[in-house]
Write a protein that binds this ligand. Structure first.
Ligand code: PXP
Length: 242
C-alpha cells in the first residue's frame, strides 16, 4: 500500500499571511505523524511564499518518518538541499506567478541540465524524484537521466469534470505507474488528491508514496474550527462568571 506523505506548506501559507509565528508547519508535521502520516513534504520556493529555511532546518531535526523536499532545480535551493539533506528531493517546475505547481517537468527538453543536478544531489546522498505528467515519453526521459523515482502528476485526474474523463485520466496514471516500474523507477503520485479521489490512486500496486496537502489542510481548518471557537467562547464565559 502507498505511504501517505502530508504536505504542510499551507500551514505556513496561513502563518505568512500575517508574518506571524503561528500556525507553525513544524507543529503540524508532528501532529500529522501522530495521525498516521508516513512522510512529511514541503516545498521551499524561491519566493519563500510559505515554507522558510528555518522550517526546513527544524523539520530535518524533528521529522521521524521521511522528509521530502520539493524544489526547483536552481543553485540557491540545491545548496540548501545539500546542507539540510532531506530523505528525498522532488524536482518540480516553478513559476513565480502560479498558485501551485501547474504542470510536470519537461524532462525531455532539459535532459542534460537535469542530469547534472540529479548527479550532484545523489552524490550528496539525496535520492531524487522528478514530478512529471503521465506521458510515456517524459517517463522514458526520466529513466534516461538516472533519477531514482518519479512522482506522477495527478492534477488532470483530480480536476476531471465527470466520470468518463476521470476514468480516462485515471487509466493514464495507472499505465504510467506501470511503465515507471518496468523502467526500474520508484513511483510516487500527487497533486489535487482529496477524500473522494485518492483511494483509487493509493490502491495502484506500483505507487509507493502519495503526497497530499491542500485537501487535508482544508479539512483540518473546518474539522477543528468548532473546537477552536468553543475554547475562545469558554474563556469569555469564564471571565464573565469568574
Ligand atoms: N506533489 C507536488 C509535486 C506538488 O507540488 C504538490 C503541491 O504542493 C503536491 C504534490 C500536493 O498537492 P495538493 O496540495 O494539491 O495535495
Amino acid at each position: 500500500m502507498a505511504r501517505l506523505s502530508v504536505n504542510v506548506d499551507h500551514v505556513a501559507t496561513l502563518r505568512q499571511a500575517r508574518m506571524a509565528l503561528e500556525p507553525d508547519p513544524v507543529a503540524a508535521a508532528v501532529l500529522a505523524e501522530l495521525g498516521g502520516a508516513q512522510g512529511i513534504t514541503v516545498h521551499l520556493r524561491e519566493d519563500r511564499r510559505h515554507i522558510q529555511e528555518r522550517d526546513l532546518e527544524i523539520l530535518r531535526r524533528t521529522v521521524k518518518t521521511r522528509l521530502t523536499l520539493e524544489m526547483a532545480a536552481v543553485e540557491e535551493i540545491i545548496a540548501i538541499a545539500l546542507r539540510i539533506l532531506p530523505d528525498m528531493v522532488t524536482l518540480v517546475p516553478e513559476k513565480r506567478h502560479e498558485l501551485t505547481t501547474e504542470g510536470g517537468l519537461d524532462v525531455m527538453a532539459h535532459e542534460n541540465e537535469l542530469k547534472g543536478v540529479i548527479e550532484r544531489l545523489q552524490k550528496g546522498g539525496i535520492p531524487v524524484s522528478l514530478f512529471i505528467d503521465p506521458v510515456p515519453r517524459q517517463i522514458e526521459a526520466a529513466a534516461r537521466v538516472g533519477v531514482d523515482a518519479i512522482e506522477i502528476h495527478t492534477g488532470l485526474y483530480s480536476d476531471a469534470a465527470g466520470g468518463e474523463q476521470r476514468d480516462s485520466e485515471f487509466r493514464k496514471v495507472a499505465a504510467m505507474a506501470s511503465l515507471g516500474e518496468r523502467l526500474g523507477l520508484v513511483v510516487h503520485a500527487g497533486h489535487g488528491l482529496d477524500y473522494r479521489n485518492a483511494a483509487r490512486v493509493a490502491a495502484l500496486p506500483e505507487i509507493s508514496e502519495i503526497s497530499i496537502g491542500h485537501s487535508i489542510i482544508a479539512r483540518a481548518v473546518l474539522v477543528g474550527f468548532e473546537r477552536a471557537v468553543r475554547e475562545m467562547a469558554d474563556i469569555f464565559h469564564r471571565c464573565q462568571t469568574g
